[in-house]
Write a protein that binds this ligand. Sequence first.
Ligand code: PEP
Ligand code: MG
Length: 578
Amino acid sequence: MVSFALHGVGVSAGVAIGRAQLVSHATLEVAHYAVATKQVPAEIERFELAVKEVQRELETLHAAMTSGDVPGEFGAFLDVHWMILNDPTLSEAPKKIIAEQHCNAEWALTQQMGVLVEQFEQIEDSYLRERKNDVVQVGERVLKRLMGRPGTLPVTKAEEQTILVAHDLSPADVIQFKHHHYGAFLTDLGGVTSHTAIVARSLNVPAVVATHNARQLIRDGELLIVDGTNHVVIVNPDRAVLSEYRLKQNELDIARQKLKRLRTKPAETIDGVRVELQANIELPDDLEQALENGATGVGLFRSEFLFLNRAGLPSEDEQFEAYRAVADGMDGKPVTIRTFDLGADKHKEGLDGLARVAPNPALGLRAVRFCLAEPRLFLTQLRAILRASHYGNVQILVPMLASASEIDQTLAMLAQAKETLREQGVPFNSRVAVGGMIEIPAAVLAMDAFLKRLDFLSIGTNDLIQYTLAVDRADEAVSHLYDPLHPAVMRLLSLAIGTAKKAKVSIAVCGEMAGDPLLTRLLLGMGLTNFSMHPAHLLNVKQRVLQSDVSAAKPIVDRIRRAGEPRKVLALIEKLNA
Ligand code: PEP
Ligand code: MG
């Protein structure tokens, strides 16, 4: 087997060694795997059967036509499909590919469809050229049949980990994989702070995104090494590379065990600055990992994940139970529940249709904008959170605020939710703290309105960077422009933290920057004392806090704030971490 390496962007560090499992979330994405020599005839038979089934399907359609009043051109169209299906280029050529390449039938057919489409595209006559769509449609009919009757996948040994390889994954897909215990994730698309990458990180497994064509080049069952730290994937590694990586994996395990000793140690810098290290969670189950890693609170509960992967919406009671479970579990420590942030890359079928068809979803009806446009849903969630506030130290966080009027409307809705509960005699904390996320440059530059109206603030650097630099965080085509260390980002962050501190309003950072130990001193030097991040990063960041001296960092951070050149910022960050 040929050994080769693929490069991408490591979005979750660590090393995993295991067998590839190709998945698709688009129904017609096609798996590619090797078929053992003795199974080739069975694979060819599987293809023949699928073609026969489609023949019958077309015959049934034709028969139905003669009985009903279907337009005549539909008959002609079925005839064309019949001819295409029975042409040897579609019904015979794939069999030859299976036999020659020992690959699965779906893959053989897809390859042949590619060849045919290309031939059609060369045709001058525009009518004939258009027939390529018919070829695709017929091919897809056969593919669907094949997928309904999957072939035999190579068996993975029980002790080997499985590595998921996909073209793209939505946050909803990844959250589903929480229960599957994959050893690593690999995708063709994706950016560092796409929600997909964030969720992969929360699973605490290595992940490499933006590999461009991993899904095409890797076959099911192939041995892979995923090195999330060095942004590389090695396919079919040789013995020497494999043993080197096994050694590396051991070293990482030992280092991880050592870090665990810091779990109960308070996070305090060398010069005595006490720091809060809180956890970002997506679902109540994540609490366990947060507590294992010594979180002093939940700084961000991304409540929208309760809305994904399900039919219908979670009821008020269901939401209440989820929020109460977290409040209970944290035993008096702060639990910051963010009101749902749907839209942009997190979709809920039938709910955010408006946001999805928007010309630019990231600038559209997302987060609080969506909540204010759907007051019934928003009120339901606010009541559920308020009810949970009776059972722990709950606070409410509102995402993507840009203007004072949005805060006023949100507070008015909260007052309405409180009134309803009062009338019903349901207990809640009437003084529940309400905070706002600082994710849009406008919020930093006009923070007065936020400081006056809200109890606390939390900077969502993932979005703040996206909106400052006008770079879609989920689009790998522009991921090279997504730069957390851009001088403009440095200035906005420093301004936000400084302004809140001056006004004596608590401010946290809950974006991905908070979980990067290379940026811990930068944020400490800006005056930040409240960090919220994925539980997997808590102990690494704590170790960094314990090794830092804020008074020594401050003068360098002041220079970073003044630096206009990216190179200068980088050099100063290096100095900070020396
Ligand atoms: C952020 O934008 O930094 C943030 C924490 O929120 P999310 O990543 O869920 O948009
Ligand atoms: Mg955000």
